[in-house]
Structures are given as structure tokens and as C-alpha cells.
Design a protein around this ligand. Structure first.
Ligand code: IPM
Ligand code: MN
Length: 387
């Protein structure tokens, strides 16, 4: 098989520490399964690079990354000391967070953030049913509130006006909703294979009679943000006709926040806009054990040959950086997902991804509540895989 090449961008703060553990595990998997896999580390984007060069990554960064099969990213966003006049991300030389540049540059239009409360993960909700939390939030990742259009008029005066435009296209709306339905089906099939079943009601005519194996919940704020809310809803109604086997649901984003806390176990797949998805996924991460375990991926499912990017949901956590305290679990789950993604046409790679996932899950269960260092967790998992 052709060699799969991964660009590794450890980033800032705890990023390099958790990435190191991911690479150790990858090395063990590579040897064990004889995977045709290699990786290259990049010192950017990062705060350190920004301090040296006045920009968070070189001008040709995207061109350098374009030909890799995937990007594995640690964490970004350490803004540096408060008194640094060049405070990264706030300085004028950085127009968009580098993360956003990459999502945009490689048209990674899906952000998948699963939230499943695995045994051993910290349970923030007291309710017993919390252990049934198993949802996948799909965040539209290419447009919406993140188009970065607008500006500041009469800047710095009392009469200043800031505008920030939101742009929603029917094309991007259709593809993300369709992706949501496809994932709902795939998850139901996966559950059946594992002997797990779930039961959902649908918002349409069959509400009280029929039970469904899967569900897609569309989140909008269409009572206030009418134009895109109505377009999203119409697209949803149209596309759901092709998925009679999937229950549908609709929530306004504020109510969705409430229900994520009140009965998150009732959700399956959730489709949300870029910003609303961003906010919902921090909440969903906490429901499934916190930032220490929450994986994330930015996917370009269109066959364009551009790399998808895999990063944990957590940030750079500068307060604990450099001390070997960060939990690498989220990074390892993210790495497992990357292998599964890369393994779409390569069963050995896909199996390696599954193996990493189940090893990390078993480790989480076995060591529930223990305080362990970054290295200790990574080492335990490497040993398990090595057998
Ligand atoms: C995330 C982050 C980013 C986002 C930031 C760093 C720009 O919060 O990946 O969720 O808003 O998308
Ligand atoms: Mn976020």
C-alpha cells in the first residue's frame, strides 16, 4: 500500500505533551500491524513561532500541509503573558486563528464531536441515566457565523459600530444535514453490531406509535434568526424524506442547552451551525467526562485529496503546561478516530484505530478517578497495545 503521511502540529501549551503520547502509541501500532504510516512534525502554528516570526505560521503553511493525508494537531491558543504587546491572537497580524485558516483552507466542512460517557470518565450529572449519554454533535464548519466578514466603523470613538456578518448557503446547509442523516444511520448499524439498541420518537406524524433506531436533531434559533433558520428547516424537511428510517427532532439552541443538561441521553445525532455547534460541543464535552476525554475532528469528506484535521476539543491549558499533568486521553481518542478515518479504504488501518479506541476506553475504565501523569497514561496504553 502507499504510505500514509501525517503532518503533526503539536502547537502550544499542553499540545506537545499530549501529542508525544499519541506518537508513541502510533509507533507501537505501526510496528505491530506493519502499517505504512509516517509522520512529520511542524513547529507551527504556535505561540513560540509567533514570538520569533511575528506570525503564527509561515505564509506558505497551507501549501506545505496540503499534500499530507491528515493533520494531527495538539492544542493552540496560548495567548502568552498578559503584558506581551504582541499578544498572539489579539494582535492585528493574526486575522483568523490558525485553526480557522486550516479548516477553511482545506474545506473541512464537517466538525464531528462525539460525546459518549464511557465507564470511568468523570460523570458531572448526578442522574443515573447519564451513563447512557451517547451523542454525536455535527458542527457546520465552513461558514455561518465564522465567515469573518464585517468591520468596525468609526473605530475607537463613542459612535463606534461593529458589524459581523453571518452567511449560510443552501449548498453547505444541504451537505451538512445529509451528512448528519448518514451518520445517524451508520451509528445505528454500529450499535446493532455491538448488540446495543436505542429507541427514539420522531417529531412527525408517527410521534407516538413508531420507535426509531436513530435520530437527527436540527438546532437553530429560527424564532429570532429567521432567514437561515427557515432555510435550515426547509432543507432538513426536504432531505429527511430520503431517510424514513431516521427519527427527526428540532430544538432551538437555547432549549437545546437546557435539554443537554436535563436529558442528554435522549439525543443521538445533533446538527448545528458553526457557532452554535461550537458552544454546544463544550457543553457536550463536559457531559461526557470533560475536556480531558473529548475528541474532535475537522473533516473534508469530499474527495478532493485535501487533508482532514484531528484535534482534541480542549485548548492549550497554559496553567498546567510543561508539567506532565495533562490528560492525553482526548488526544488518544482523537488519534484513534484519525486512523479510522484514514482506514476508510484500508481495513488494517481501521482496525488499528478501533484497537486504540478500545484500549484507551479500557484504560479509562480501569483507572477511574486515579490521578495519573501524562506519561503514565501514555505508557500504560502503549504497553497494552504491545501486548
Ligand atoms: C474550537 C475552538 C475554536 C473555534 C477557536 C479556537 C477559534 O473553540 O475548536 O472549538 O471557535 O472553533
Ligand atoms: Mn470551541
Amino acid at each position: 500500500a502507499e504510505t500514509t503521511r501525517i503532518a503533526v502540529t503539536p502547537g502550544d501549551g499542553v499540545g506537545p505533551e499530549v501529542v508525544e503520547e499519541a506518537l508513541r502509541c502510533l509507533e507501537v501500532l505501526r510496528t505491530k500491524h506493519n502499517l505504512a504510516l509516517e509522520w512529520t512534525r511542524f513547529p507551527w502554528p504556535s505561540h513560540t513561532w509567533h514570538q520569533k516570526h511575528g506570525e503564527s505560521m509561515p505564509d506558505d503553511a497551507l501549501d506545505q500541509l496540503r499534500h499530507y493525508d491528515a493533520i494531527l494537531l495538539g492544542a493552540l491558543g496560548d495567548p502568552g503573558p498578559l503584558d506581551d504587546p504582541d499578544r498572539y491572537l489579539l494582535s492585528d497580524s493574526v486575522s483568523l486563528a490558525p485553526l480557522l485558516e486550516m479548516r477553511k483552507g482545506f474545506d473541512q466542512w464537517v466538525c464531528e464531536r462525539p460525546a459518549r460517557l464511557l465507564p470511568g470518565a468523570r460523570q458531572y450529572l448526578a442522574d443515573e441515566r447519564a451513563k447512557d449519554i451517547d451523542m454525536l454533535v455535527i458542527r457546520e464548519n465552513s461558514e455561518g457565523e465564522y465567515v469573518s466578514q464585517g468591520g468596525r466603523l468609526r473605530k475607537g470613538t463613542e459612535d463606534e459600530v461593529a458589524t459581523q456578518m453571518e452567511v449560510f448557503t443552501r449548498r453547505a446547509t444541504d451537505r451538512i444535514i445529509r451528512y448528519g442523516f448518514e451518520q445517524a444511520r451508520a451509528r445505528a448499524a454500529e450499535r446493532v453490531k455491538e448488540g446495543r439498541t436505542r429507541s427514539f420518537r420522531s417529531l412527525d406524524g408517527n410521534r407516538d406509535t413508531q420507535a426509531f433506531e436513530s435520530q437527527v436533531c436540527l438546532v437553530t434559533k429560527r424564532n429570532a434568526l429567521r432567514y437561515w433558520g427557515d432555510m435550515y428547516t426547509e432543507a432538513f424537511e426536504e432531505i429527511r424524506k430520503e431517510y424514513a428510517d431516521v427519527a427527526i427532532h428540532h430544538e432551538l439552541v437555547d432549549a437545546a442547552c437546557m435539554k443537554f443538561v436535563q436529558n442528554p441521553w435522549a439525543f443521538d445525532v445533533v446538527v448545528a451551525s458553526n457557532l452554535q455547534g461550537d458552544i454546544l460541543t463544550d457543553l457536550a464535552a463536559v457531559l461526557s467526562g470533560g475536556m480531558g476525554v473529548a475528541p474532535s475532528c475537522n473533516l473534508n469528506p469530499s474527495d478532493t485529496g485535501m487533508p482532514s484535521m484531528f484535534e482534541p476539543t480542549h485548548g492549550s491549558a497554559p496553567d498546567i503546561a510543561g508539567q506532565g499533568l495533562a490528560d492525553p486521553t482526548a488526544m488518544l481518542f482523537t488519534t484513534a478516530r484519525m486512523l479510522q478515518w484514514l482506514g476508510r479504504k484500508d481495513p488494517v488501518m481501521a482496525a488499528a484505530g478501533k484497537e486504540l479506541f478500545s484500549t484507551v476506553a479500557a484504560d479509562l475504565k480501569e483507572n477511574a478517578g486515579k490521578q495519573r501523569r501524562t506519561r503514565e497514561i501514555g505508557e500504560a496504553i502503549c504497553q497494552q497495545i504491545a501486548g
